[in-house]
Ligand binder design. Structure first.
Ligand code: F6P
Length: 533
C-alpha cells in the first residue's frame, strides 16, 4: 500500500523538536496572558458546532506543524479517496462510504440504492408511528456494537422530538439479564422487534432474536412477519429466520458508521422521517465541511491532529468526554466503539508493527454526574487527561434555572482544570472541614490543584436532529483523520475475532455433562471447572 508513515516525515521530527522546546512545558495560564487573541485564534466554527480549542496545550506553531504533517501524509488525498469510494478498507477490500448514506438524492455514489432503501424505511417508520393503525407501542431493537450503539445513543439525545406513545428498548448483551427485564414488560400484540445485524450471524444478536421469537410465540403472539423486521446486508439469512420485511444496506457501510443506514430504523421510528432526514442533512453538512474547508479551519481535521499531538508527543493515553446534556448520556459508549474499534491498531497499512501509540482510551459520563465521581482524578490525579466538554446553548426543557446551573458547571470545570490552585492560594483560604490536627501547609498541599490541564469545549446551539447529525459526523471524520495520520486501517476490526473463536471452543465445554479442560491453560481450565462444579 502506497502511503507515507507519519514518523518518517519532516513534520514529525519538527513536532518532536517543538514539543521538547515549547510543548512539554507550555503553561496555559501564561499562554492566555501572553496571547491576548488566543481564544479567537483557536476558535473554529463548523456546521452546527462551535469549538473552543484554546484551552489545549498547543500553540500556533504546533498547529502549523500538525497541518504540515497532515499534508505530508496526504490526508486530503486519502479523504478524497474515501468520499470517492476507493477501497480504503484494504484488509477487507472494501470502500468506506457511509458519507453516501447522507448525500442528497442524486449526489453521492449509489444514490438510487441508498435513497430507495431510505424512502422505503421512512415510509415503514411512519406506518409504525401511526400507532392507532399499527397497534405498536413498543419497539425492541436487538443488535450489538454498531447495530446498537448508534440508535441507542441518538434516540435519547433526540427525546424532545420523539413519538410520545412509542417506547424504544435496546437489547444487545448475550447475557440474559439484558432481554429478560425488557420482555417482562411487553405484550406481543403491541411490540415490534427489529433484528439489526449487518452480517445476521453475530452470536449475541442471533441468540437474543431466537429468545424474542420464542417469547413472542409462547405469549400467544401471531404473525411473526408483522412483528419482526430486519436491518441487514444478509437478506437471505433474515428470510431464513422468518423475517419478510427487511431493510438492506451494503458492505461499504462499516458497523460503527451505520446509524445512517437501515440500522437507523429505531431512530426513524422514534423521531419520524422529517427529523431523520434532518439528521442526515446535518451529517452531510459536516461532510462538506470536512471535504472542503482548508485544514486550518477544518474542525474534524484539527481535532484529529490534536489527538495525534496528545497521543504521540505528550503521550496522554486517554481522553474523557463530558457532555453537559443528559440526552448525550450514551455518547461516550458510542465513541468508544467509533474510536477504539477504528484506531485501536498496532500495525500500519503494510502490516508493519508501529513504534508509536494509536487510539487513546475514550471514556466519560454526562456532566454534572461525572463531577461527583471521577473528576477528582482529572483535577488532582497524577495523569493528565484531556477533557472534551460538550455544551448546548438552548435546552429543550423549560427549566432555565437548571440549565444555567449545568452551563455554569461546564464552564467552571474547564476553567478549574486550566487554572488550578497554587499552594499559596490554598494557604490563604479557610478550610473549615479540614482536620485541625494537621499543619496549615499540609492541608494546603492537599488542597492544591496543579492546573494546566487541557480541555476542548464543543458548543451546539440546540440538540436538534441536524445538530446531532453534524456532531456525529464530526467525530467520524476526526477518527478518520488520526487514523490516516497513523497510517492504519481504521475500518477493520480483526481484534474482535480471537475472543469469538475461543468462545466457540469453550461453549460446548460449558454445556457438556462432564468437565473437559484438556488443551486449556491452567487458569481457564480452573475457572471452567468452578463454573461447572
Ligand atoms: O464487534 C465486532 C462487530 O463486527 C462490530 O464491528 C459490529 O458493529 C458488531 O460486531 C455487530 O455486527 P453485526 O451488525 O454484523 O451483527
Amino acid at each position: 500500500m502506497d502511503f507515507k508513515r507519519c514518523d518518517t516525515t519532516i513534520a514529525w521530527a519538527a513536532l518532536q523538536g517543538h514539543y521538547e522546546a515549547h510543548g512539554r512545558d507550555l503553561d496555559l495560564r501564561e499562554a492566555f496572558t501572553r496571547e491576548t487573541q488566543r481564544f479567537e485564534a483557536f476558535a473554529v466554527q463548523a456546521p452546527e458546532v462551535f469549538a473552543d480549542l484554546s484551552k489545549n496545550r498547543w500553540d500556533l506553531k504546533t498547529r502549523k506543524l500538525l497541518i504540515e504533517l497532515a499534508r505530508e501524509v496526504d490526508l486530503e488525498a486519502r479523504r478524497d479517496a474515501m468520499f470517492a469510494g476507493a477501497p480504503i478498507n484494504t484488509t477487507e477490500g472494501r470502500a468506506v462510504l457511509h458519507t453516501a448514506l447522507r448525500a442528497p438524492r442524486g449526489e453521492g455514489p449509489f444514490s438510487d440504492e441508498v435513497h430507495g432503501v431510505l424512502d422505503r424505511m421512512l415510509d415503514f417508520a411512519e406506518q409504525v408511528r401511526d400507532s392507532t393503525a399499527s397497534g405498536i407501542h413498543h419497539v425492541v431493537n436487538i443488535g450489538i456494537g454498531g447495530s446498537d450503539l448508534g440508535p441507542q445513543m441518538v434516540v435519547p439525545a433526540l427525546d424532545a422530538y420523539a413519538h410520545p406513545g412509542i417506547t424504544m428498548h435496546f437489547v444487545s448483551n448475550v447475557d440474559g439479564h439484558d432481554i429478560t427485564p425488557v420482555l417482562r414488560r411487553l405484550k406481543p400484540q403491541n411490540t415490534l422487534f427489529i433484528i439489526a445485524s449487518k452480517t445476521f450471524t453475530t452470536q449475541e444478536t442471533m441468540a437474543n432474536a431466537a429468545v424474542a421469537r420464542q417469547w413472542f410465540l409462547d405469549q400467544g403472539g401471531t404473525d411473526i412477519g408483522r412483528h419482526f423486521v430486519g436491518a441487514t446486508t444478509n437478506l437471505a439469512a433474515a428470510a431464513a429466520f422468518g423475517i419478510h420485511t427487511t431493510f438492506g444496506f451494503w458492505d461499504w457501510v462499516g458497523g460503527r458508521n451505520s446509524l445512517w443506514s437501515a440500522i437507523g430504523l429505531p431512530i426513524a421510528i422514534a423521531v419520524g422521517s422529517e427529523h431523520f432526514r434532518a439528521l442526515l442533512a446535518g451529517a452531510h453538512a459536516m461532510d462538506r465541511h470536512f471535504a472542503m474547508a482548508p485544514l486550518e479551519a477544518n474542525l474534524p481535521a484539527l481535532l484529529g491532529l490534536l489527538d495525534v499531538w496528545y497521543r504521540n508527543f505528550h503521550h496522554f493515553t486517554s481522553r474523557s468526554v463530558a457532555p453537559y446534556h443528559q440526552g448525550l448520556k450514551r455518547l461516550p459508549a458510542y465513541l468508544q466503539q467509533l474510536e477504539m474499534e477504528s484506531n485501536g491498531k498496532c500495525v500500519d497499512l503494510d502490516g508493519q508493527p508501529l513504534p508509536y501509540g494509536t487510539s487513546p482510551v475514550v471514556w466519560g459520563e454526562p456532566g454534572t454526574n461525572g463531577q461527583h465521581a471521577y473528576f477528582q482524578m482529572l483535577h488532582q490525579g497524577t495523569d493528565v487527561i484531556p477533557v472534551e466538554f460538550i455544551a448546548v446553548k438552548h435546552p429543550t426543557h423549560p427549566h432555565a434555572d437548571l440549565h444555567a446551573k449545568a452551563m455554569a458547571n461546564c464552564l467552571a470545570q474547564s476553567q478549574a482544570l486550566m487554572l488550578g490552585k497554587s499552594t499559596e492560594a490554598a494557604l490563604g483560604e479557610r478550610a473549615p472541614t479540614a482536620s485541625a490536627a494537621l499543619g496549615a501547609l499540609t492541608v494546603a498541599r492537599h488542597r492544591t490543584f496543579p492546573g494546566n490541564r487541557p480541555s476542548t469545549t464543543l458548543l451546539l446551539d440546540q440538540l436538534t436532529p441536524r445538530a446531532m447529525g453534524a456532531l456525529i459526523a464530526l467525530y467520524e471524520h476526526r477518527v478518520f483523520t488520526s487514523g490516516a495520520v497513523w497510517g492504519i486501517n481504521s475500518f477493520d476490526q480483526w481484534g474482535v475475532e480471537l475472543g469469538k473463536a475461543l468462545a466457540s471452543d469453550l461453549l460446548p465445554r460449558l454445556t457438556a455433562a462432564t468437565v473437559d479442560g484438556s488443551g486449556l491453560d491452567a487458569s481457564t481450565a480452573g475457572l471452567l471447572a468452578r463454573l461447572k462444579a
